[in-house]
Design a protein around this ligand. Structure first.
Ligand SMILES: CC(C)(COP(=O)(O)OP(=O)(O)OC[C@H]1O[C@@H](n2cnc3c(N)ncnc32)[C@H](O)[C@@H]1OP(=O)(O)O)[C@@H](O)C(=O)NCCC(=O)NCCS
Length: 163
């Protein structure tokens, strides 16, 4: 049976590993981001973010291949999830949840008490995941995003206390 078919089924794959992002990940991060969001961030943008001392970034990998990431930015005691994404064929296997849990692992010890995020209303998988990770909605910003036809879409503002 071909590796491609096994890959499609999610069989025969090693578990994803998580590690801190490094500057050399910028190109792969930009490619993953472009596949996950309507407005992509290019490699230069990721280089800038990774060089910023306020940014925390983790990546999920399968072998050499980068298959997910989470980016956070903030000054204690508050931090924001800027972006989280998992490549399409790897979604629904708990990688997004692992990235969030792992990012949270060191935050409390570093003096962070509250995590915020914005998510597009209607992004059911992300809202479900954030709820499962302990986030609750604290606000709604009308017309914060544009959908692919240019129509305004609200953002939900979510918060989780980690102290
Ligand atoms: C959001 C995202 C990062 C989640 O990554 P993931 O690896 O699939 O996450 P997990 O497998 O840990 O969890 C996904 C959860 O969403 C659920 N889910 C999937 N599709 C869903 C849907 N249409 N409606 C509701 N829940 C859904 C899954 O069942 C799972 O929950 P469970 O573990 O309780 O069953 C991924 O979907 C993604 O990259 N999306 C595109 C980028 C994006 O929208 N990022 C968030 C921006 S704020």
């Amino acid at each position: 049976m071909s590796g491609g078919f096994l890959d499609f089924l999610g069989l025969g794959r090693p578990d994803a590993s998580l590690r801190a992002a490094v500057p050399g990940d910028a190109e792969a991060l930009a490619a993953l981001h472009a596949g996950a969001f309507r407005i992509g961030w290019d490699a230069a943008e990721f280089e800038r973010l990774l060089a910023n001392r306020l940014t925390r970034a983790l990546v999920a990998t399968e072998g050499e291949k980068l298959i997910g990431f989470i980016l956070l930015s903030g000054v204690a005691p508050e931090i924001e999830i800027l972006s989280v994404a998992v490549s399409k064929h790897r979604q629904g296997r708990g990688i997004g949840g692992r990235l969030i849990a792992s990012a949270f692992g060191t935050l409390a010890a570093e003096g962070f008490t509250t995590v915020f995020l914005e998510v597009e209303e209607g992004n059911a998988p992300a809202i479900h995941l954030y709820g499962r990770c302990g986030f609750t909605q604290i606000g709604r910003r009308t017309g914060y995003y544009r959908d692919k036809t240019g129509h305004p879409v609200a953002a939900l503002v979510m918060r989780r206390d980690i102290a």
